[in-house]
Design a protein around this ligand. Structure first.
Ligand code: CA
Ligand code: CA
Ligand code: CA
Length: 495
């Protein structure tokens, strides 16, 4: 009890500190008037033609050879006040590169070398404006955007030292108290790279703006995770993909947990080997969400009964799959569109006044329109599933590794070289990735802010850009900035 009170007090203090510092940063950077909210910081960077402070900061480090990523990373403490740097370098940028090319609004080295990392979005700390959540190995970092980059608000560290894989982080109100919670799933790896246990964690949001309880929900080797409303009761329900075995001896499993004050297991579904992705969608338009999974043999669909159970499975022809994207039929915009990784976190609105409904993911199944949702299975080909009709193959770039529901029904699809907006007869590159950048994950915020997480020689970098008309690419020699630490960073250990 005393521990909990102490934690709450600590969280409150940290929150106040974070708000103060972010406000000060934005104020000195001249990005917002002193009485505006931090959220305005985002909207300020919407126009792509506007010279961008982050790019300028990065390009203004000519003394650092592009070939040595360690040097840039070795000087995080020497970065001056954000506003000063941005102002000072703006002139340089205008002089040397007058043409307004779409650029990254932010480019940061978010962690050093670990095997695996994933990115997600959602408002989990502080005010209603959304954070960027990056899981680097056993550490989950929560970053807030600043005028020139990111400020690290919190780090949650999973105790132990084994190598891990993880599902992309999910943000949803699991315990049903109207505050968004952070859901993290890790798989511990053995020496051969196979699963050796793991954990599914729900880190509760706290009224103070920090974190409350950090419950371990289940000891699963989680590789994919989704939060949605399945049982019609308060609290977002969770679907977790458990990777049981790295040698094809034991099948993967899908677990369904009912949200609420004490989350409990609703269903457990045996799959085939090496499951990689899981999602829910009402494919047959019966008002109940169905379960879609991807594994080493292809895709399977299990019809839902509306109570969180999935009695009947059927297979869908697909050689192998990497990702599932769900586009809700009732959706009019990308913010409504859900998919297996970050859709549930995309609730934060740039204007806190308007983000009155944090429960976007808790849409009851009855609300589904009579037209079924559309599901894209992304692998070596892209299959579109609509209701009971035969799957159709979408003309799409080869080698899509990850995909999300994008604006106006398009897919945001990531390959090794680029990120493209893909739809019927559409294939437009929105991010052209440098050859030294190995992309691992993407996330989309409010249907327009695209995050690309990838590995470079020096560590993991996060690229952020607004979806617009052009193609964002890094200028040669551009160095990633290091996130600043907020003065009162919340460091938690998950035991
Ligand atoms: Ca909650
Ligand atoms: Ca529920
Ligand atoms: Ca259904």
């Amino acid at each position: 009890m005393g521990q909990k009170i102490a934690a709450a007090l600590r969280a409150l203090g940290i929150l106040l500190g974070i708000w103060g510092v972010l406000g000060a940063i934005a104020y000195f950077a001249g990005v917002i008037p002193p009485d505006a909210e931090l959220a305005d910081d985002d909207s300020a960077s919407e126009t792509e033609a506007t010279p961008d402070p982050e790019t300028e900061v990065a390009e203004a480090a000519p003394a650092v050879p592009a070939t040595d990523p360690e040097v840039a990373g070795a000087t995080p403490d020497t970065i001056g006040p954000v506003g000063e740097v941005a102002t000072e370098t703006a002139g340089t940028e205008a002089a040397t590169e007058p043409e307004a090319t779409p650029a990254f609004t932010r480019h940061a080295r978010v962690c050093d070398s670990v095997e695996h990392a994933r990115v997600g979005v959602g408002s989990v700390v502080g005010d209603a404006s959304p954070e960027r959540i990056v899981i680097c190995g056993r550490k989950a970092h929560v970053f807030a955007p600043t005028a020139s980059g990111y400020a690290r608000l919190a780090t949650l560290t999973l105790e132990g030292d084994a190598q891990v894989r993880m599902a992309p982080p999910v943000v949803a109100d699991v315990n049903g108290d109207d505050l968004q919670d952070l859901v993290l799933g890790w798989t511990q790896l053995d020496a051969e790279g196979g699963p050796d246990g793991g954990t599914l964690r729900v880190i509760a949001g706290d009224p103070s703006g920090g974190f409350g309880d950090t419950d371990a929900l289940a000891a699963l080797s989680v590789v994919a995770l989704e939060a949605t409303e399945l049982d019609g009761r308060p609290g977002a329900d969770l679907v977790a993909l458990h990777w049981a075995d790295g040698f094809g001896r034991r099948p993967s499993e899908a677990y369904v947990f009912a949200g609420g004050p004490s989350p409990r297991r609703l269903a457990r579904r045996r799959l085939r080997h090496d499951g990689v992705a899981v999602a829910v969608a009402d494919l047959n338009a019966d008002g109940h969400l169905d379960l879609i999974t991807l594994d080493a043999e292809g895709a399977q669909i299990a019809d839902g009964d509306g109570a969180g159970r999935f009695p009947r499975f059927r297979s869908v022809p697909l050689e192998a799959g990497r990702d599932i994207v769900v586009v809700r039929s009732g959706s009019t915009g990308a913010a409504e569109a859900d998919e297996s990784r970050d859709g549930d976190g995309a609730d934060g609105d740039a204007d806190p006044e308007e983000s009155a409904d944090p429960e976007e993911s808790a849409e009851p199944p009855e609300a589904a329109a009579p037209v079924g949702d559309t599901v894209y299975l992304v692998g070596d080909s892209v299959l579109r599933l609509q209701g009971e009709a035969e799957p159709t193959t979408l003309a799409a770039p080869h080698g899509i590794l990850r995909a999300l529901a994008g604006p106006e029904g398009a897919l945001v699809a990531m390959t090794r070289q680029r990120v493209a907006l893909v739809g019927d007869g559409t294939d437009r590159t929105v991010v052209d990735l440098p050859g030294t950048f190995r992309p691992a994950d993407i996330a989309l915020l409010e249907g327009r802010t695209l995050l690309v997480l990838g590995r470079t020689a020096g560590g993991w970098e996060l690229l952020e850009t607004e979806l617009g008309e052009g193609t964002a690419r890094l200028a040669p020699g551009t160095e990633a900035a290091r996130p600043e630490d907020a003065p009162l960073v919340l460091d938690l250990v998950l035991h």
